[in-house]
Design a binder for this molecule. Structure first.
Ligand SMILES: Cc1cc2nc3c(=O)[nH]c(=O)nc-3n(C[C@H](O)[C@H](O)[C@H](O)COP(=O)(O)O)c2cc1C
Length: 319
């Protein structure tokens, strides 16, 4: 039977050696080896989370290698001071790295010299221009509708993507609000050549979180998230729960609660910690496997482009 998936062929698929330019968000405590393996099997852009720390990331990578899984990348939080992550990347011949929100780590030059492709996460035009000037291979552009830490100015993808893609020459992966083929096609219309999904993947079969959290996501609507910790200039989008409503202002109690997120993920105790989620949670209405997410998104992407070109092709327009 022929594969009904469209053939994606662009700068990102060629640069990273993948078939489908869809990345999983590198969510610590959520993305385990099974999710990364499923992404690799689907030909997508699989990312190992780096927020779990170098030792855990090493174990993670070794588990994948033992299962003969290759072709995944690694996310490195910009705040990560431990440079031994560089040895891990080079030793295991990891071909691409995303560096999260914040300054570009100094060791990036060492990685690029070894042929590793680096995509830096940005939330503003200023950040995008600086990353392009610094020689990054690509960008991940995070809109304010997405889950987790956002840019201080909270600009949404509809504005940010066309602005940035009209001013930088390097390829862009859109993050924030993307959960299916329609939203992926919209991001591509705005200039992106890839997408990253967080909230959609959090409600995947392979995400290593408690079913109570997945059920809460499925029941949530588009108004079910709030921004917390704005005061510190580092807004974070999370699920609206009685607990998160109490801690919008940040501070010590906020930091303490943030540290309890693993109890929420593992035990499903929704009063403990903050669950990051984006506004697109209102469009996620079922738990799907990673393979289904990639397959459905790819097919719907293709159908969306075909529908638009049928509806708006010049020979159908009144003259
Ligand atoms: C549960 C969860 C945890 C996340 N953790 C991280 C993280 O550790 N590092 C990071 O760069 N982004 C993290 N993110 C943000 C994602 O990388 C991504 O940018 C965002 O989810 C995209 O928006 P979306 O949720 O609308 O898809 C997280 C997102 C979620 C849902």
């Amino acid at each position: 039977m022929s594969d009904p998936r469209p053939a994606f062929d662009n700068r990102i698929t060629r640069m990273l050696g993948i078939d489908v330019p869809i990345a999983n968000a590198p969510m610590g405590g959520v993305v385990g080896p099974a999710l990364v393996e499923a992404m690799v099997r689907a030909g997508a852009m699989a990312l190992v989370p780096g927020t779990i720390g170098t030792n855990n990331a090493r174990q993670f990578v070794e588990t994948l290698k033992a299962a003969d899984c290759k072709g995944f990348g690694l996310n490195v939080p910009s705040s990560m001071a431990d440079e031994s992550i560089v040895d891990l990347i080079l030793e295991h011949e990891i071909r691409f790295v995303t560096t999260s929100l914040g300054p570009i780590p100094g060791y990036v030059a060492r990685l690029q010299a070894a042929g590793v492709r680096i995509f830096h996460v940005v939330t503003s035009l200023e950040g995008a221009l600086a990353a392009a000037d610094a020689g990054m291979d690509g960008l991940i552009v995070e809109g304010a509708e997405g889950a987790g830490r956002r840019g201080a100015s909270e600009v949404s993808s509809l504005v940010l993507l066309p602005l940035i893609t009209s001013r930088v020459a390097i390829p862009v992966i859109a993050a924030g609000g993307i959960a299916d083929g329609k939203s992926m096609a919209a991001a591509f219309a705005l200039g992106a050549e890839g997408v990253q999904m967080g909230t959609r993947m959090l409600a995947s079969a392979e995400a290593t979180v408690h079913p109570t959290l997945k059920d809460t996501l499925i029941a949530a609507d588009e108004q079910s998230t709030i921004m917390v910790d704005r005061q510190a200039g580092r807004p974070m989008r999370v699920l609206r729960t009685p607990t998160t409503m109490l801690y919008q202002e940040g501070g010590d109690a906020f930091a303490e609660l943030r540290g309890k997120v693993m109890r929420l993920y593992q035990e499903g105790d929704m009063t403990s910690g903050f669950a990051c989620a984006g506004q697109v949670v209102g469009r996620v209405d079922g738990v799907l496997s990673v393979a289904e997410i990639i397959q459905r998104t790819s097919v719907e992407f293709d159908a969306t482009l075909a529908r638009l070109s049928r509806t708006y092709s010049p020979d159908r327009m009144p003259h």
